[in-house]
Design a protein around this ligand. Structure first.
Ligand code: MSP
Length: 670
């Protein structure tokens, strides 16, 4: 099969028995990332998603709503489509199994198999649950109870049509053995192989008598029956190519490169669908990837528990890109994950706001202030620049392709954020705000700023598939108009495409920090989550934001304070620190967020200080101050502070404590 220059990716088609939830969003976002990525790589992509509108579940949901099943589907379908729009899903087609064209294709395939005598009529006897309206096998119904609803089951016989699935057992085992990537991840492949090699594969009932279920596609050879919903639904992957795209799409895109599915529907894909394709003489897909399931706060997600995560609420609270990022960053694709709102907030703040967002804002601020808003031409390059270039290009040309070719989204994101971190460390180390002070450092300053901006250009290419809107914002703010619809990753990326002289457009911040548990978050998951700290624990500045420091504060209090021994005083580690960056904490009049250095070879520290009424952030950059270095970290307005700044004053700051002479950051003060 030649799948070299096209890429066909599918999601399951979702039952329209209810509104979309996080599970639906998860697969669809993952498929979108692959679709976008392969378009950048120059492949002709066809990305299909849609709805499974027949069968018992949908009929029941419609009955419950008191409307006709078609009207029910027509009411719910736009909700899925609207969500995909909000999540920036770039599907090329949207299939609904009630489409008349899909009906005729399913009937054509059934007829073909019937002619080939691969479908036969037989008696079916099984244990039937009237409430769930489904059959169970002998081993399912321990104690004569339905394993699902625990109601008594009855033995029932009915005529049905069967597809001779069992005869393909050996061929399927062989196919799985010969194609290591056919079922992924490997643990799931082993599971499927395990049961295929130890149990006899039976034939598949592909009909339901209309007397029991009428909402489905009528069998072309017996009008008293409708098609079993899975036979109808699986055909969507091929039928869409016949009527939702221009010919010769079927020849061009079949077999699919990747069917993404949840682990619960792997058997229907790996076994039912594969044997159906064999019977129809069609090639098998390249990969069926089964991802894990999300629980919510450690519990199974269900309507009755009231903990269903609504993707629309997540987009409202965090934005589409942050939600997309979290879904794929938090859990290795293929494993189960637990959705905890607090973890989402932490990711947004640490990875997005402090990581990528901060890199963009400090780069643009410095270019604006020191280069009149134009990207400077780089001067002499040293080891620090060479390392940064090497890490960035390796990410785009080697690491990202490796991970995305194998659907390892979380590793791809981890690798991107390693480069974000490397770039932020490069900035901390080269300290461009200090270089800006000396004319003799002007050449080096230009070099540093150019490398920051060019790294960001590369990061926009790397992040685009995951966070398309943010990547476009980065490109725009850098003054570029990268055409993400063109195959920009078709060839290896080279360093230096960002032209010196480009005028930047600094705009609003890329990812605003989430200061506390967002309003309305409770409705996202009704299960109570531990309260998030919204106010600061101990005050962190010598002259703190209100209230006054508590008695347990290590800050020496006014003269009336109790005396302490020298040993007690010596427990307090005071050190000099150099201010690397300073910015205002949004919505706070007095708080500034500082990054300070305690000397070479140490990680910069973040300190939140209540000195914003006295000082403009810029005025502090490069200053050597004194901090309490061994103070237990605490949060102020949700932001971690790893130390405390010493300043003179009481309720009002009068002046920062500094050192008369120039001393290295990290020097002990006593
Ligand atoms: N209609 C069938 C699929 C037919 S494909 C030819 C179906 N639909 S579904 O709406 O019930 O489920 C669709 C997908 O949602 C499945 O892949 C399932 O694994 C996924 N999820 C449902 N709940 C989920 C979680 N809690 N977490 C992650 N995915 C989950 O099955």
């Amino acid at each position: 099969m030649n799948t070299a220059n096209r890429f066909y990716i599918t999601t399951p088609i979702y039952y329209v028995n209810d509104v979309p939830h996080i599970g639906h969003a998860y697969t669809t976002v993952a498929a979108d990332v692959l679709a976008r990525y392969w378009r950048l790589r120059g492949r002709d992509v066809f990305f299909l998603t849609g709805l499974d509108e027949h069968g018992q579940k949908v009929q029941q949901a419609a009955a419950k709503a008191g409307i006709d099943p078609q009207a029910h589907c027509d009411k719910l379908a736009p909700q899925f489509q609207a969500l995909w729009k909000r999540l920036n899903i770039s599907n090329d087609a949207f299939i609904r199994t009630t489409d008349p064209a899909h009906h005729s294709i399913v009937q054509r395939y059934l007829q073909e198999l019937y002619y080939k005598q691969l479908i036969y009529k037989d008696d079916y006897t099984g244990w039937y649950c009237t409430f769930d309206e489904r059959f169970w096998t002998e081993k399912d119904v321990a104690g004569g109870l339905c394993p699902d609803c625990k109601r008594p089951v009855e033995k029932l016989s009915e005529h049905n049509y069967f597809f001779k699935m069992g005869q393909y057992q050996d061929r399927l085992i062989e196919h799985i053995k010969q194609h290591p990537n056919f079922i992924r991840p490997e643990s799931r492949r082993n599971e499927v192989l395990g049961f295929l090699t130890t149990q006899k594969l039976g034939d598949l009932s592909i009909s339901r008598p209309k007397s029991r279920l009428s909402w489905g596609i009528e069998l072309p050879f017996d009008k008293d029956y409708v098609t079993y919903v899975w036979f109808d639904a699986l055909v969507n992957y091929v039928s869409a190519l016949e009527y939702l795209v221009q010919p010769p799409a079927r020849e061009k895109f079949w077999p699919a490169n990747v069917h993404l599915v949840g682990k619960d529907i792997l058997t229907t894909h790996a076994v039912y669908w594969s044997t159906m394709l064999m019977a129809l003489n069609l090639p098998l897909p390249e990969t069926i990837f089964a991802h894990g399931w999300w629980t919510v706060d450690g519990e199974k997600m269900s309507k009755s528990r009231g903990n269903v995560v609504d993707p629309n609420k997540m987009v409202d609270e965090f934005g589409a890109d942050a939600f997309r990022y979290f879904l794929l960053r938090e859990v290795p694709f293929g494993q189960d994950g637990d959705f905890v709102l607090g973890a989402m907030i932490t990711r947004v703040n640490s990875d997005l706001a402090n990581g990528l967002g901060n890199l963009l804002s400090r780069t643009l601020t410095l270019i604006e202030r020191t280069q009149e808003g134009h990207v400077p031409a780089p001067g002499k390059i040293r080891a620090a620049e060479r390392d940064l270039i090497q890490a960035t290009l390796a990410l785009l040309n080697d690491v990202l392709p490796n991970h995305l070719e194998t659907q390892e989204f979380n590793r791809a994101l981890e690798a991107i954020w390693q480069v974000v971190q490397t770039a932020n460390q490069y900035v901390d180390k080269t300290a461009p705000w200090t270089l800006a002070k000396n004319e003799s450092d002007a050449d080096q300053l230009r070099t540093v700023l150019y490398h920051m901006a060019e790294t960001l250009r590369c990061l926009s290419l790397a992040t685009y598939s995951f966070m398309p809107a943010s990547a476009q914002t980065i490109s725009h703010q850098l003054g570029l108009s990268i055409d993400f619809n063109s195959p920009i990753l078709e060839h290896r990326v080279e360093w230096g495409s960002l032209a010196p002289g480009t005028t930047i457009h600094k705009g609003t911040s890329l990812f605003p920090r989430i200061e506390s548990k967002p309003q309305g978050a409770k409705t996202v998951s009704d299960t109570p989550t531990p309260p998030q700290p919204t106010t600061a624990t101990p005050a962190l500045t010598a002259v703190p934001p209100s209230p006054m420091p508590s008695a347990s504060s290590p800050v020496p209090q006014a003269s009336s304070a109790a005396q302490i021994t020298i040993d007690e005083f010596m427990k307090i580690q005071l050190k000099t620190a150099k201010v690397l960056t300073a910015e205002r904490v949004p919505k706070s009049g007095k708080l500034l967020k500082l990054q300070v250095s305690l000397g070479e070879g140490t990680e910069p520290r973040q300190i939140v200080a209540g000195i914003g009424k006295k000082y403009e952030p810029e005025a502090l950059i490069g200053k050597t101050i004194i901090i309490v270095a061994n103070l237990k970290p605490a949060k102020l307005m949700g932001i971690e502070s790893q130390g405390m700044v010493l300043a003179a004053g009481d309720s009002e700051v009068r002046g920062l404590a500094t050192i008369l002479e120039e001393v290295d950051p990290g020097t002990k003060v006593k």
